[in-house]
Write a protein that binds this ligand. Structure first.
Ligand code: FAD
Ligand code: DHB
Length: 399
């Protein structure tokens, strides 16, 4: 029980205006279900965070179904495949021919966020930015409470039917669940990714995932003039020890092919180090609090599953809440955690497998390296194995 403050009511209180929270809010609104999204950062901050870039076919379909896909269809790049580079050569995985016509779209996460915020606010949706002291209470009752201090310093309490914890890895929702009610599965990887954004023309038509003894490299893109690239580094790598020249020398060394391929270089305007871990918490629900997205699970970035899992959790939760409000049926809510976790674990397996196949592990010997090269040779040489990669990359169906 929380005492004091200004009192309000809504059907679903949503913590976090990331992809999970915003997609959920939009889908609920389209079903006539009210929500209030409470976000700690400002609108301009959440619209500027550089994160993911690869949207699965199902995420693209969802954006279109909810009417948020116009800019994505205009400005995103549809990619029909990826290139796996190993042993100095390129092998391509063709998605449509291996998955019955499915593909991915390259469109930055912060553009997805911008599109969803604009759409939700224009339709009269309620998003509170720049909040602080966010807390969730009375989770085991039929009227959980979401409280926070608003941007003007007013303490507010919202009585909800349900709360959706969409507040990412550093949020307050997961830690609000009593110790002992959750089981946490975690794997830390002994490396990170050094990510850059640079002003340069595209180096390749499609993404390149490159395995090299010096470490993994990913060549991605954001627009015809802005490129996104990553190289495997120590999790403790210091960004300021990497001049542009040193970074480009590392990319050239790791991306070398037998036929002398070179990346297109340009001024680097963003350098960040990303840690790599797999984490899943079970169950994704406590009482009337439902976790969705990174608040419940984290995947290493290899394979680009994080944003897409946030989208599929939001879809599964929106469907369950809709069934509750439209048909007074709580079966789907009761099954939410199991349904979402089945897909989460498949993406966890896929991103762990891609990470293991493509990265150089500290202390790995030549035997290990030959096994990884052989796995890549097999995956790109066998239609069955290529199909397994392709169907996971473009996204498994929601059950
Ligand atoms: P978030 O995006 O983290 O959103 C959570 C929101 O909650 C934030 O806005 C945060 O400010 C807010 N919040 C936190 N705490 C509070 C609080 N106490 N009160 C109120 N609000 C709070 N995934 C892919 O699918 N494809 C990719 O290509 C890909 N590439 C990536 C590249 C990088 C460099 C990184 C870092 C990640 C990448 N990911 C990728 C992962 C993807 O970005 C995340 O999985 C995704 O952002 C998860 O969405 P979310 O809504 O669950 O959480
Ligand atoms: C990007 C990120 C990924 O993790 C990935 O697997 C592919 C692309 C990107 O940021 O473009």
């Amino acid at each position: 029980m929380v005492v004091g403050g200004s009192h309000e009511r809504t059907q679903v209180g949503i913590v976090g205006a990331g992809p999970a929270g915003l997609l959920l809010a939009v889908m609920l609104r389209l079903q006539g279900i009210e929500s209030i999204v409470v976000e700690k950062n400002s609108r301009s901050t959440v619209e500027a965070v550089i994160k993911a870039g690869v949207l699965e076919q199902g995420t693209v379909d969802l954006m279109n179904e909810i009417g948020a896909g116009a800019r994505m269809m205009q400005q995103g790049f549809r990619h029909d495949g990826v290139v796996l580079r190993f042993d100095g050569r390129d092998e391509r995985i063709d998605f449509p021919s291996l998955t019955g016509g499915r593909r991915v779209t390259i469109y930055a996460q912060h553009d997805v966020i911008k599109d969803l915020i604009r759409m939700q606010l224009e339709a009269g949706g309620d998003i509170r930015f720049e909040t602080s002291e966010v807390g969730v209470h009375d989770l085991e009752t039929s009227s959980p409470v979401l409280c926070f201090r608003d941007k003007d310093g007013v303490f507010r309490q919202i009585a909800c039917d349900f709360i959706a914890g969409c507040d990412g890895t550093q949020g307050i929702c997961r830690p609000s669940i009593p110790a002992g009610a959750l089981k946490v599965y975690e794997r830390l990887y002994p490396f990170g990714w050094f990510g850059i954004l640079c002003t340069a023309p595209r180096s390749a038509e499609e993404l390149i995932y490159a395995m090299h003894e010096r470490g993994f490299v990913l060549v991605s893109t954001r627009s015809p003039d802005i490129q996104r690239m990553y190289f495997q580094c120590s999790p403790r790598e210091k960004v300021n020890e990497w001049s542009d020249d040193r970074i480009w020398a590392e990319f050239r060394a790791r991306l070398a092919t037998r036929d002398g391929w070179l990346p297109r270089e340009g001024p680097i305007f963003s350098k960040t180090v990303i840690g790599m871990r797999s984490l899943v918490v079970e169950p994704m629900r406590h009482g009337r609090l439902f976790l969705a997205g990174d608040s419940a699970h984290v995947v290493p970035p290899t394979g680009a599953k994080g944003l897409n899992l946030a989208a599929s959790d939001a879809q599964i939760l929106a469907r369950a809440l809709t069934a509750f409000y439209k048909s007074n049926c709580s079966d789907l809510l009761d099954r939410y955690s199991d349904t979402a976790l089945r897909r989460v674990w498949k993406a966890t397996r896929f991103s762990w497998w891609m990470t293991s196949m493509l990265h150089t592990f500290p202390g790995a010997d030549e035997f290990q390296h030959r096994l990884q090269v052989t796995e890549l040779d097999y995956v790109t040489g066998s239609r069955a194995a290529a199909m397994a990669l392709a169907e996971n990359y473009v996204g498994l169906p929601i059950e």
